[in-house]
Design a protein around this ligand. Structure first.
Ligand code: PLP
Length: 417
């Protein structure tokens, strides 16, 4: 009940970064004899001990295939896997457990929708994406549009890195069948107003997919409140393992579209004449899945749920403001992405310096950042730069680490100038 949830919230200890850091063993690592400062959380997040332990425990004591066996370990594995599905459902507030499809990650989820929902797309139909999408939310739609002779439209971006909402509204029409848009831009940090965008898409009868790869680890997600039709995320960006993730889809849509891949588990009955498909969610889960990947996704989300999420989000914002204040003083530094609503991502370019050179020198000083186009080439072309230097923060990062980063950055710039 809501009351029980509120009581649980009150039990949570206020957010403390010192306590949190102890949960992530890799944060004690050194690189080149220097303490690791890990600011590449946008690419992948680090794993808390509970997730590492679950993986170890599974392979050393519990490994078995699921959904088929009558024996003890198979049933135990099945229970754990299905419990994880329930955890994901609760975490994103889906109405039903069977609306959660286990996937390999965001890319896999988007491709599932492009393939299966794509079967309902016909010549002349329109699909809308945005100018700030990750390649994994561009290419599957290009492939679909080519296959179905449909038309791909792109919401333009403003200089700030915000989407041009007026242009978006103008693109929507009765031919629009689907809008697929990122919740948070991985290269700019822009938080898109997806809730309003979804309402507007629905007003013309279009469905909406939210790419949640960068939002599930920073925002509280409520798919029913957003009213999105699909929501895709990767476990590895939300403190779980690689090769795992989930796709949320509304029940009626998942029932209306054909399955993704054929194979074991997704069938009800197979004969050479005809095969009937299994019910949701199994219809979309052919073959032996990444069992511990799914289980550990649940553990990672349970871990997150045990934290003071509001405190955590405020802290991440504090890190962003602190870093931006300090970066401002570096000569020739230009922020790429200055949206009003931003996640804890600092993307920037320094005049005359190639991001790769800066990144390489930072690495030698123990600072892990990402440089390049971040799988968002079109947005780099828009800003007419080869790429950016991106520091993306998680709640286990600290202001002391930001100080170390700024010091190392100043040294790198001096060396290159
Ligand atoms: N979408 C966004 C916004 C991303 O940042 C990423 C990964 O960086 C993806 C999609 C693809 O995620 P994955 O490679 O985990 O499938």
């Amino acid at each position: 009940s809501t009351f029980a949830l509120e009581m649980k919230e009150m039990d949570k200890k206020p957010f403390s970064v010192e306590a949190i850091r102890a949960d992530f063993p890799i944060l004690q690592t050194e690189v080149y004899g220097k303490p690791l400062v890990y600011f590449d959380n946008g690419a992948t997040s680090q794993k808390p001990q509970v997730v590492i332990d679950a993986i170890e425990q599974y392979y050393s004591k519990e490994n078995a295939n699921i959904h088929r066996g009558v024996h003890y370990l198979s049933q135990k594995g099945t229970d754990a896997y299905e419990k994880a599905r329930k955890t994901i459902q609760t975490y994103i507030n889906a109405a039903h457990e069977h609306e959660i499809i286990f996937t390999k990650g965001t890319t896999d989820g988007i491709n599932l929708v492009a393939s299966c929902f794509g079967e309902l797309i016909h010549e002349g139909d329109e699909i809308i994406i945005s100018a700030i999408e990750h390649h994994s939310n561009i290419v599957p739609w290009q492939m679909l549009c080519e296959r179905k002779k449909a038309v791909l439209k792109v919401i333009p971006v403003l200089e700030s890195g915000e989407l041009d909402q007026e242009a978006y509204r103008a693109l929507l029409n009765e031919k629009t069948k689907l809008v697929s848009c990122t919740h948070i831009s991985n290269s700019l940090g822009t938080i898109n107003p997806v809730k309003e965008m979804i309402q507007q898409a629905h007003a013309v009868g279009a469905k909406f997919l939210v790419d949640g790869a960068q939002s599930i680890q920073h925002l509280s997600i409520d798919v029913q409140d957003l009213d999105c039709d699909f929501f895709a995320f990767s476990s590895h960006k939300v403190f779980g393992p690689t090769g795992a993730g989930a796709l949320y889809g509304k029940e009626d849509i998942l029932n209306a579209i054909p399955p993704y891949q054929g194979g074991g588990d997704m069938i009800a009955k197979v004969t050479f004449e005809k095969t009937t498909y299994n019910e949701l969610p199994f219809k979309f889960e052919a073959g032996t899945p990444h069992i511990i990947g799914g289980i550990a996704t649940g553990i990672a989300l349970e871990y997150l749920s045990s934290l003071d999420l509001e405190g955590l989000q405020a802290y991440e914002h504090e890190l962003l403001t602190y870093a931006e204040e300090q970066l401002k003083v570096i000569e020739g530094l230009r922020f790429i992405g200055t949206a009003k609503e931003k996640a804890s991502v600092c993307s920037f370019f320094i005049d005359g310096l190639h991001p790769f050179d800066v990144g390489t020198l930072l690495d030698k000083q123990g600072i892990a950042v990402r440089t390049g186009h971040h799988c968002t080439q079109p947005i780099m072309d828009f800003y007419k730069i080869p790429g950016t230097i991106r520091a993306s923060f998680a709640f286990y990062n600290t202001k002391v680490e930001i100080d170390q980063f700024i010091k190392a950055l100043k040294r790198s710039v001096d060396m290159l100038r």
